[in-house]
Design a protein around this ligand. Structure first.
Ligand SMILES: *[C@@H]1O[C@H](CO)[C@@H](O)[C@H](O)[C@H]1NC(C)=O
Ligand SMILES: *[C@@H]1O[C@H](CO)[C@@H](O)[C@H](O)[C@H]1NC(C)=O
Ligand SMILES: *[C@@H]1O[C@H](CO)[C@@H](O)[C@H](O)[C@H]1NC(C)=O
Ligand SMILES: *[C@@H]1O[C@H](CO)[C@@H](O)[C@H](O)[C@H]1NC(C)=O
Ligand SMILES: *[C@@H]1O[C@H](CO)[C@@H](O)[C@H](O)[C@H]1NC(C)=O
Ligand SMILES: *[C@@H]1O[C@H](CO)[C@@H](O)[C@H](O)[C@H]1NC(C)=O
Ligand SMILES: *[C@@H]1O[C@H](CO)[C@@H](O)[C@H](O)[C@H]1NC(C)=O
Ligand SMILES: *[C@@H]1O[C@H](CO)[C@@H](O)[C@H](O)[C@H]1NC(C)=O
Length: 498
């Protein structure tokens, strides 16, 4: 053999070896194997078909696996046969979470997927992500097969950005035959649903007597008041549900739709968890009062999330909702997303009173973006935080609120003085008028609690910091453990224009 050949062979092997190492390390990075449970998340990693083969090789021999979570969304995959074949060998699989959406997979693969599901006879929990995949007919056949899997009690189907317009949503109707279902999640974001589409959802909800956990994510469709009326008629048959999540962002349900929806929700008196996403729905003061009235009936709630952000109401609606929250007896998780309304300083003062009453929260998420609260409002919110006795997770977003040094320091000082230190803290004070002095103080207080937390993040974008101070602060705190500081500077002229 000639020397050049040997050298080339050597290089070729080295190249292949490195490539394999690279692929392996890239893939291995996200595979977790724990007993009979495998989890792999490669969403958006552009691994391509060859990367998928490598990934499959790593878990194909664990034939006794009972739980598999595999996220291959957005990877430029055209062929997933190896993956389907690998999974088909897992005869003991009870839980499968398979996300393969947003890949250019051929439409004929729908029948392979259907064949796989039919083989998985021990499956009890299925989460399937088919965002933008296959034809209507292909998807229908998959759902039909799923509906015949009688052991499944927990089902999630994701069809984000998948056209279900016209009567195509009827393909979900076979799910009504799954009388055994305890948990159903339908993720139908941006799926071209209109008011008539909700008739199918209504029919589904008539038929599932054992549901305890229900998630309907209809984010960014156009179901309007009529759609909400149909949906509510369906929910009327789901009063036994204990955990309800409704995401209706940007569906223009108005105050009338809110009234219907809330009159039914208020009858679901066994709810312990309620997540309501009503952002951008022209709920108005009247709608907010209906929400408040419903909350008044829900005495078992311990986990409440309300998103009423973006031009939904003014002070009166806000006041109604907050007073209802104040009266809930056993809340331990509260998420209040109220940005871009007009709550003002008065609204922040009211929140303080609510936090005085609800002082055993473990989780608190407050988003008061652009609510004209000013320094006084920031101080009220800070004071509200100091009443908390059990916080584990705290996230406070006060961006765009004309807060200057005084308000910012008050909030940081309050977090610093919490008697029960949360493990996770996220404070956002961007787009306010916080100067060099204020920023230094805020950081001095927050950096002091980093020893006691798992993670602390401070966001200070677009404030009145000078570059010198910014650079100084970044340098001072860059090596602090568990601390993430997000900062830039706004040119001074920005503030002259305000
Ligand atoms: C799977 O389980 C069977 C029977 O319990 C056992 O014989 C076999 O070795 C296991 N296989 C693996 C790869 O763990
Ligand atoms: C699947 O079929 C749809 C509708 O007929 C078509 O628009 C799409 O391009 C097809 N997808 C592939 C990957 O061939
Ligand atoms: C939405 O559904 C309608 C039928 O109701 C259909 O004509 C239209 O093409 C769909 N639009 C998109 C973007 O899928
Ligand atoms: C709530 O739960 C109780 C006890 O499990 C049950 O008797 C009652 O019927 C339930 N209420 C509704 C509205 O389903
Ligand atoms: C919302 O719906 C109402 C009627 O229900 C209509 O008058 C209004 O124009 C709609 N608004 C938007 C932004 O679509
Ligand atoms: C809301 O309902 C009231 C009374 O039922 C009705 O007069 C009004 O026109 C409705 N508004 C909208 C926008 O549908
Ligand atoms: C930070 O903590 C130290 C001791 O742990 C304490 O002496 C100091 O006063 C604290 N700083 C602030 C701003 O409270
Ligand atoms: C401050 O830093 C930014 C980039 O981080 C730069 O664009 C800007 O020109 C700097 N301002 C001054 C006054 O140096």
């Amino acid at each position: 053999m000639q020397l050049s050949h040997i050298i080339w062979l050597f290089f070729g092997v080295l190249l292949a070896y490195n490539l394999k190492l690279y692929m392996d390390s890239k893939v291995q990075y996200d595979i977790k194997i724990d007993g009979n449970s495998i989890s792999i998340n490669l969403q958006g990693k552009s691994i391509g078909n060859s990367g998928l083969e490598v990934a499959c090789k790593q878990f194909q021999d664990f034939v006794n696996v009972t739980k598999l979570e595999a996220n291959f969304n957005l990877n430029g995959l055209t062929n997933v046969q190896t993956l389907l074949l690998t999974i088909s060998r897992f005869k003991r699989l009870q839980e499968l979470n398979l996300q393969i959406g947003n890949n250019p997979i051929g439409n004929s693969t729908a029948s392979n997927l259907q064949a796989l599901l039919i083989q998985l006879q021990n499956l009890e929990s299925l989460s399937l992500g088919l965002d933008t995949l296959f034809t209507h007919q292909g998807r229908s056949q998959i759902i039909k097969s799923i509906s015949e899997m009688k052991k499944i009690h927990t089902l999630q189907i994701s069809l984000i950005n998948t056209d279900l317009g016209g009567n195509q949503i009827d393909m979900l109707l076979p799910i009504a035959e799954m009388r055994q279902l305890k948990s159903l999640e339908l993720i139908l974001m941006g799926s071209n649903l209109t008011a008539p589409s909700t008739k199918s959802l209504q029919t589904l909800l008539y038929k599932l007597p054992k549901l305890e956990h229900l998630v309907l994510n209809l984010y960014g469709n156009r179901i309007l008041v009529d759609g909400v009326d149909d949906l509510s008629a369906g929910l009327y048959h789901q009063k036994q549900v204990k955990s309800l999540e409704l995401e209706l962002y940007f569906n223009n349900i108005t105050s009338n739709g809110t009234e219907t929806l809330m009159s039914v929700t208020g009858q679901m008196t066994n709810l312990t968890k309620l997540h309501l996403g009503l952002e951008f729905n022209y709920v108005e003061e009247e709608g907010a009062k209906h929400i408040a009235k419903a909350l008044g009936n829900l005495q078992h709630l311990n986990d409440l999330s309300i998103n009423l952000a973006s031009k939904n109401f003014g002070y009166l609606g806000y006041e109604a909702v907050l007073q209802a929250i104040e009266k809930l007896p056993i809340l331990d998780s509260l998420q209040l997303i109220i940005g871009i309304n007009k709550c003002g300083t008065r609204g922040a003062d009211l929140l303080k009173k609510v936090l005085f009453k609800q002082n055993k929260l473990k989780t608190l998420v407050l988003d008061y973006t652009e609510n004209y609260i000013g320094d006084a409002g920031a101080s009220f919110i800070g004071e509200g935080l100091t009443y908390q006795k059990a916080l584990e997770y705290l996230k406070v977003t006060l961006n765009f609120n004309s807060i200057s040094d005084r308000g910012a320091i008050d909030v940081a000082k309050s977090i610093h003085s919490l008697k029960h230190q949360p493990k996770y803290i996220d404070l956002r004070l961007s787009q306010n008028k916080i100067s060099d002095i204020g920023s230094k103080e805020v950081l001095r207080y927050l950096s002091n609690v980093t020893k006691a937390v798992d993670f602390l993040e401070l966001e200070l974008l677009g404030t009145a910091l000078t570059n010198a101070t910014r650079d100084d602060l970044v340098e001072t705190y860059k090596n602090l453990k568990n601390f993430n500081f997000i900062v830039d500077t706004a040119p001074p002229s920005y503030w002259d224009e305000q």
